[in-house]
Design a protein around this ligand. Sequence first.
Ligand code: HEM
Length: 197
Amino acid sequence: MESMHQMAQNAIGQTPPACRLTPEQAALIARNAEPLVAMGPEITAAFYDTLYAHRQTAEIFVDGERPMREKTFMQWWERTVRGPLDDDYWAWMAMVGLAHVARKVTNPMMLAMADFVAAFIGSNTHRLDLSEEDRRGLVDAFERVASVMSMIITYGHDRAVSAALFERSGMPSVLLTRLGEQTVREALADAKTELAL
Ligand code: HEM
């Protein structure tokens, strides 16, 4: 598997620049770091209340794990809002993504919760002392952070699964890729039959 820096940059590189976080958006977040850090305990509580309230996400955690998870999430939050949201940060997100794959956290769970963070900011920035322009800018900026994180996490998930297949099966990667493509074509044909298309 590629390094975490390569993984993050490969994921971001696949996306149109218009979909990425801009330096201005990153600067806007960092300029508002103090009030955003102060929101840390609240967003952390909302995040884990949500995960623990749903059976499938609650089942990921082991007994007594919540305090540790809250601590690492709060560290993530503080690093995110203080920045810098640079290559090292995105490489860290690639690693965090893999830590979740190892715990069987699925892509739908990760993407939903990345969106949860952005939505939390969307619903709470009115409490910050900001101009309307900066408030809107901050909401957009967090949507981009969530989106770039999601790009890296889903890409990392694919890479981890493919690497496991390549390494464990001993089959040449070209052959595995071809078999994978064939399986997808068959699944697509079945899907069209199912949907009567
Ligand atoms: C925006 C989404 C998320 C963020 C930013 C986030 C952040 C983090 C961070 C920073 C860590 C520490 C990683 C490390 O250094 O080892 C972590 C670990 C963990 N998270 Fe999340 N998380 C997210 C979503 C989720 C979801 C949806 C679940 C479960 C349904 C979850 C469950 C866990 C678990 C079980 C660990 C421990 C991993 C281990 O055993 O090493 N996280 N998370």
